[in-house]
Design a protein around this ligand. Structure first.
Ligand code: XUL
Ligand code: CO
Length: 437
């Protein structure tokens, strides 16, 4: 089989002195808390950015050739698959994630598209067996084609809802065929631009109906993985319905989907919602819906979904504290929903992007493990809330008091004068001393 990246060797861990095509911090075999770092992090390649995205932006055409030597759409699609497995193999990445439309071009009719999709999924199935790779999650692209201009499940046209349902059905089938561990719903255009032309109530009810049908169908054909919602507050629509983890929690509870759905939390989507990545992960974990992550970062000052590879170690550390406290990944993992900058045009740059991201996530994981083992932060938080462990606090937590009793208690209290310092600066300094010490 043709080698697409002959200048790139298998990427190995060489420590901080290593060359550009080596890991500096990610040592896949290093064991932490009884498990290898590789198994803790469960890295995944995103098919769309890695094999399809060519640097096109709204002001200019692509700068990175992603034809992989193919002379027509079909040959290109095949070569993408071969190149993708070479990339995963050389980086030692065990998983990948894909949309239906990433792997096979759309044809004149849905039936023909499905036929071609099956053919390409067959190629991927063979490559998975050959390279021993797994599908972390599948999904459908129900946002790119102009038919989805007004959304998929939240479209104003019932025919488009039906079309999206057909695409979701097929995408779940191929996810099951490839033994995918998850299935993601990112609400591509599920939202609206203006209330002047939108029936928000019907659109949300229809989204609930679509996800219920998808859940029921998936379970009926043997899908045992997790369904994930991937929150995002805006872009492409002005108001995306799946705004953030809290909003999605309200939605899942309303439509009775909590038993089957978890969150796929993306760093750059958190930023767009005005949250940190760690905040979104913490809300997911505290509500029992932590599932998987899309690792990346935005450009701090412009607030777009730029999907840079994550390299900010403070961010990855704070995020990994939440991942570890959630009990780590079970069916989920760390998918790099990240792409090269438009100006990164060497074929080897894709490896350097993944190396930078994998190193930053691994370093974040190691530092987070150290911070948790150090124990000072957790001990302080525990002590800060200790008034809820006994007396009136314990009664509040147990739900065995009421406003009348609390009023009496407060009357007897006199002035509350026990504000203890939150010591934020001290703990920021402790964080630095663990990271750099
Ligand atoms: C878009 C995004 C998607 C999802 C999968 O912002 O993150 O690529 O991860 O559809
Ligand atoms: Co994403």
């Amino acid at each position: 089989m043709k080698e697409f990246f002959p200048k790139v060797p298998k990427i190995e861990y060489k420590g901080v002195g290593g060359d550009a095509l080596s890991f500096k911090f990610y040592n896949p075999d290093e064991v932490i808390n009884g498990k290898t770092v590789k198994d803790h992090l469960r890295f995944a390649m995103s098919y769309w950015h890695t094999l399809c995205g060519d640097g096109t932006d709204i002001f200019g055409k692509g700068t990175q050739d992603k034809s992989f030597g193919g002379s027509n759409a079909m040959e290109t699609a095949k070569n993408k698959a071969y190149a993708g497995f070479e990339i995963m193999d050389k980086l030692g990445i065990d998983f990948f994630c894909f949309h239906d439309r990433d792997v096979a071009p759309e044809q004149a009719t849905l039936a023909e598209t499905n036929k071609v999709l099956d053919e390409y999924v067959g190629i991927i199935e063979e490559l998975m067996a050959k390279y021993n790779k797994k599908l972390l999650w599948g999904t459908t692209n129900a946002f790119g084609n102009p038919r989805f201009t007004n959304g998929a499940a939240t479209n104003c046209n019932a025919d488009v809802f039906a079309y999206a349902a057909a695409q979701i059905k097929k995408a779940i089938e191929i996810t099951v065929r490839l033994k995918g561990e998850g299935y993601v719903f990112w609400g591509g255009r599920e939202g609206y631009m203006t209330l002047l032309n939108t029936n928000l109530g019907l659109e949300l009810d229809n989204l609930g109906r679509m996800l219920t049908m998808a859940r029921d169908y998936g379970r009926s054909i043997g899908f045992k993985g997790d369904f994930y919602i991937e929150p995002k507050p805006m872009e492409p629509t002005t108001h995306q319905y799946d705004y953030d983890v809290s909003t999605v929690l309200g939605f899942l509870r309303k439509y009775d989907l909590m038993d089957d759905f978890k969150m796929n939390v993306e760093a750059n989507h958190a930023t767009l919602a005005g949250h940190t990545f760690a905040h979104e992960l913490c809300v997911a974990r505290e509500n029992g819906v932590f599932g998987s992550i899309d690792a990346n970062k935005g450009e701090t000052f412009n607030g777009w979904d730029t999907d840079n590879f994550p390299t900010d170690v403070y961010d990855t550390t704070m995020a990994m504290i939440q991942v570890i406290k959630a009990g780590g990944f079970t069916k989920g993992g760390t998918n790099f929903d990240a792409k090269l900058r438009r100006a990164s045009t060497d074929p080897e740059d894709i490896f350097k992007g993944y190396i930078a991201g994998m190193d930053a996530m691994a370093l974040g994981f190691k530092l987070a493990s150290k911070i948790i083992a150090d124990g000072r932060l957790d001990a302080f938080v525990d002590d800060r809330y200790s008034s809820f462990k006994s007396g009136i606090g314990a009664k509040i937590v147990a739900g065995t008091t009421n406003l009348a009793e609390l009023e009496k208690y407060a009357m007897d209290l006199g002035e509350v004068s026990t504000n203890k310092s939150g010591r934020q600066e001290e703990f920021e300094a402790i964080l630095n001393s663990i990271i750099f010490g």
